[in-house]
Design a protein around this ligand. Structure first.
Ligand SMILES: Cc1cc2nc3c(=O)[nH]c(=O)nc-3n(C[C@H](O)[C@H](O)[C@H](O)COP(=O)(O)OP(=O)(O)OC[C@H]3O[C@@H](n4cnc5c(N)ncnc54)[C@H](O)[C@@H]3O)c2cc1C
Length: 411
């Protein structure tokens, strides 16, 4: 039996397991997937929890429910990958798993302890995150009784997963405080290491204008040096200080420590792979998919989905001795919830930045690119159903994996 081993049963790993269980001959292949936790979180839903739109129960399901028949699911942290021996050591019982092909899909997570003052006595008192279930739930509780003041949202460092989530948070905060009758008592500040609202210039201009209209102040190029939790201030390397009453942080994001222990990671523990095929340049039988991969596109579930589409077909060629085709183009698309029942959508790849237009049908949509619409808001809300019922199960969606210029207007 040939062995395909998948590390991480999150978005990317679960999709790969489902796809491969269907595509590979199960009399010839043994597929194994390893994860350290039983619970799968629908991470895009974490955004809605602080504002009472979702509760914890709306974003959790058991991982086992999504692992297909015939795939072995092992519950243990990964200790280390030993590429020279084609094996992985698990923490549980120190057991080794051999592989012929390895897919690393261990994602990325937040590390608030990397920033002085952030993860100390004011954590979950005047400082919260919303990238973890614990943070999102604690912040929801805090916001229920908060009487207003200066809310500062700070992204400590890029890259982060879902780079639009902070923007969505601040726009939803504007809507939420309006609804609570508190907006005139709340100052909203977005302190970002980027020069503007987003990484790419056209989207940055569109999104920056929307933030402006909503009365959100952007503090650009703010590279956080430390938090002073008692003085309630954040301080940048160029010695700018911003006082806050409530700090919402997106801490440093890093890949898993097992990647560093295995000598496979860059300085943030992301795995270097070919950006079109996901194959490691050092080990021809190791691939990385999803947030774990060091790729010059967004770390997002949509990217993981398009990546798995491309990878699956390529993998079948590869194991038959054919060359992999450079099919993945960095395609990403993300709904951006903007409050008051509206949202935007961006669609881009390695070469093309987000542009205005319609998606997926040119001229029709129903979704509008870089423009607020109700359809986009409903698309975002419907996405949860699609995630649990279609995407995770590795089913095909009627959307091409590669980005299309049809329906985009240019600048
Ligand atoms: C607040 C928020 C909003 C978001 N919104 C969107 C959105 O609107 N659209 C979008 O496309 N994306 C969004 N994302 C991003 C999206 O959720 C992620 O990009 C996606 O889940 C990445 O999938 P992954 O499989 O790479 O990682 P994950 O789904 O995080 O899975 C990684 C898995 O690896 C396991 N693992 C890690 N290390 C080990 C180890 N040592 N041993 C064993 N198991 C291990 C973990 O337990 C986990 O199950 C959002 C994320 C957040 C936090």
């Amino acid at each position: 039996m040939k062995k395909l081993l998948i590390l991480g049963a999150g978005t990317a790993g679960t999709m790969v397991a489902n796809r491969m269980a269907r595509l590979l001959d199960q009399t010839e292949w043994q597929i194994t997937i390893v994860d350290q936790h039983e619970t799968h979180y629908y991470q895009p839903g974490l955004l809605f929890i602080p504002f009472g739109m979702y509760s914890k129960n709306d974003v959790v399901k058991p991982k086992r429910d999504f692992i297909p028949a015939g795939v072995e699911f092992i519950m243990s942290p990964v200790d280390v990958i030993e590429p020279e021996h084609n094996r992985v050591k698990l923490v549980k019982d120190g057991r080794y798993l051999n592989y012929d092909f390895l897919v690393i899909a261990t994602g990325t997570r937040t590390h608030p302890e990397q920033t002085p003052g952030l993860h100390e006595h004011e954590w979950f008192k005047s400082i919260y995150d919303f990238y973890t279930i614990e943070g999102a739930v604690a912040l929801a509780k805090h916001l229920r009784t908060w009487q207003g003041g200066r809310l500062v949202l700070n992204v400590v460092e890029n890259p982060i997963k879902c780079p639009v989530a902070p923007l969505e948070f601040i726009m939803l905060a504007d809507w939420f405080f309006h609804e609570q009758g508190l907006r005139n008592r709340v100052e909203l500040i977005y302190a970002t290491p980027l020069p503007g609202a987003f990484t790419k210039p056209i989207a940055s201009k569109h999104l920056g204008d929307i933030l402006d209209r909503k009365g959100v102040k952007i503090e650009p190029e703010f590279l956080l040096m430390e938090v002073q939790p008692d003085a309630k201030k954040i301080v940048s390397y160029d010695e700018r200080e911003i006082a806050y009453d409530l700090l919402v942080t997106v801490p440093v994001n890093m890949g898993d420590e097992s990647i560093a222990r295995s000598g496979l990671g860059d300085e943030l523990n992301y795995v270097q792979v070919d950006k079109h095929t996901f194959v490691s340049p050092k080990h021809a039988n190791i691939f990385a998919l999803g947030d774990a991969a060091a790729l010059p596109t967004s770390k997002a579930g949509s990217v993981a989905h398009f990546a798995v589409d491309c990878f699956s077909e390529n993998f079948l060629r590869y194991v038959d001795g054919l060359e992999m085709l450079p099919t993945f183009d960095g395609h990403a698309n993300c709904f951006i919830e903007s409050g008051f029942g509206k949202g935007l959508l961006i669609d881009f790849n390695y070469e093309v930045e987000p542009l205005p237009g319609h998606y997926p049908l040119p001229g029709v949509g129903p979704f509008t690119l870089l423009q607020e619409s109700e359809a986009n808001h409903w698309g975002k809300l419907m996405f949860r159903w699609m995630y649990w019922n279609i995407l995770l199960k590795g089913q095909e969606m009627p959307l091409p994996a590669r980005m299309s210029m049809a329906g985009k207007w240019g600048k």
